[in-house]
Design a binder for this molecule. Structure first.
Ligand code: SAH
Ligand code: SF4
Ligand code: F3S
Length: 475
């Protein structure tokens, strides 16, 4: 921990143990950031609470990716305003902080629209949270959304082993932030700033700490994770593939994943890591957004549908059992029926094991919002329904194809029903198993006997799950 943060944490420490309620919206990067903000606050004497009513500090870590995501924050702030008034009547204070991508995008506007907010802190400045809260405690309203020049991670306290253990046997680790791709629909380059990679040594150090705390599976995070680059000990420039080789050496780290990748940055070394490293899970989230070259061009994706299909072929040659996942946007400005049909053809050609799909949401300040040819809402809705139906059928076919096969499962937590545990397949599906299968943190081999909704059932799970029939077990 740095001297700066120690000095500025003391005012909160003097105030005794205060309770913080953190609510996270958006992507996995925000989940990771919330954990790190939690670390910074724990260091300043805060303890986490699961109930907002009890909180001395409410922290919303927000997402700006689509209009709905941003609007959710304001309705939540409306509820918080009432809570804060109730607490004030009981003679108790409540500080309200907005962090994350809405904070970065809207800054002072948030306080103008929701005066209940005391503090607005951006994704690149949250290492200064303790200082900012000390100013709030003196009655100031604080907006801290500069793109900090210093690396926030080197100013944050490390997560304590006990905190890491409490978070479980899987963990996120941010290795890269920001984006220089400027897809015309996307706010990320504006909310998260320019692409920056964390240095190799720091990543390895954090990964070792995770492994020592019992973490078995690490998911490397970045808005463009495969744009990660660094230098090895000999000063040679390396990419994400080499980082995976280095992480695979760490004792205890048995499973590695990374997300989210851009097709343009899938290089040979990264594909080779999928071929050579058993620790790299055979699952790849590789968004394509559209299957129409005209729309891909208007989106500034800088690849064609054919580039993407050839890339998927190369990845499948390296790792034949890889499960593909993707993101799709329907109704981007100018999208015709023929463009949409091209997206459906691409989905048919790839065959996705899972996917996320969205109606285009024009975002203020992005070039896409200024384009002509906005698609009517009912057309967007109809296209999304057809696309999701196809993706759902593919996902189901993929899961059903695993029935009868034995998979390696990392047991993550107790199940919802007594006598069960829940793990994950290499392909990221939850797997329900009997607790006799092993303990949390074990990686076991289990035969899949059924697929129910988005989960798989392993042999023996039927003992505690009445719905499973003998016929399915025999399949
Ligand atoms: N960095 C990742 C994902 C960023 S955001 C990538 O390069 O693909 C996650 C997903 O949200 C995107 O892949 C996209 O499908 C969707 N998305 C982003 N902006 C959007 C918008 N304006 N409207 C609808 N969906 C959007
Ligand atoms: Fe957004 Fe495109 Fe960057 Fe992904 S690559 S974060 S979609 S601008
Ligand atoms: Fe949302 Fe920001 Fe993530 S806009 S998707 S929280 S990078």
């Amino acid at each position: 921990m740095t001297d700066t943060s120690q000095a500025t944490l003391s005012p909160t420490k003097r105030a005794g143990s205060r309770k913080v309620f953190i609510k996270t919206y958006g992507c996995q990067m925000n989940v990771y950031d919330s954990q790190r903000m939690g670390d910074a606050l724990a260091d300043g004497g805060y303890v986490a609470t699961e109930t907002m009513e009890d909180a001395d500090l409410v922290l919303l870590n927000t997402c700006h990716i689509r209009e709905k995501a941003a609007e959710k924050i304001y309705s939540e702030l409306g509820r918080i305003r009432k809570l804060k008034a109730e607490r004030a009547e009981a003679g108790k204070d409540m500080q309200v902080a907005v962090a994350g991508c809405v904070a970065q995008a809207e800054g002072a506007e948030i306080i103008a629209r929701a005066p209940v907010v005391d503090l607005v802190v951006g994704p690149q400045t949250y290492h200064r949270l303790p200082q900012a809260l000390a100013r709030v405690a003196k009655g100031e309203r604080v907006i801290d959304t500069d793109y900090a020049v210093e690396d926030k991670f080197s100013h944050l306290p490390h997560s304590q082993p006990a905190q890491l253990r409490a978070r479980g046997v899987t963990a996120f680790l941010t290795v890269q932030e920001g984006c220089d791709k400027f897809c015309t629909f996307c706010v990320v380059p504006y909310t998260r700033g320019a692409e920056v990679s964390r240095p190799l040594a720091r990543i390895l150090e954090e990964a070792r700490r995770l492994a020592e705390a019992g973490v078995r599976e690490v998911t490397l995070l970045g808005q463009n994770v495969n744009a990660w680059h660094g230098e090895d000990a000999a000063g040679r420039s390396i990419g994400l593939g080499a980082l995976l080789y280095a992480l695979a050496e760490i004792p205890g780290l048995t499973r590695l994943r990374y997300t989210t990748s851009h097709p343009r940055d899938m290089d040979d070394a990264l594909i080779a890591a999928h071929r050579d490293l058993p620790a790299v899970m055979p699952y790849l989230h590789l968004p394509v957004q559209s299957g129409s070259d005209a729309i891909l061009k208007a989106m500034n994706r800088r690849h064609t549908a054919d580039d993407y299909l050839r890339l998927v072929d190369r990845i499948r040659v390296a790792r034949p059992d890889i499960a593909m996942s993707g993101d799709f946007i329907v109704g981007f400005p100018g999208e015709s029926d023929a463009d949409f049909a091209a997206t459906m053809r691409l989905i048919e050609a790839v065959g996705y094991a899972s996917a996320f799909s969205f109606k285009y949401s024009p975002r203020p300040g992005t070039p896409g919002a200024e384009l002509p040819g906005h698609v009517d809402e009912p057309v967007k809705a109809e296209r999304l329904a057809r696309l999701q139906d196809l993706l759902r059928r593919q996902q189901q076919a993929f899961s059903e194809g695993l029935i009868g096969r034995s998979l390696s499962i990392l047991i993550e937590k107790p199940g919802r029903r007594p006598g069960q545990v829940v793990g994950r397949s290499p392909y990221l599906q939850p797997v329900v198993m009997p607790e006799s299968a092993g303990a949390v943190g074990d990686i076991v081999t289990a035969r899949i006997v059924d697929s129910v909704a988005s989960s798989l059932m392993a042999e023996g799970a039927s003992e505690t799950r009445g719905a499973l029939t003998g016929g399915v077990v025999a399949a």
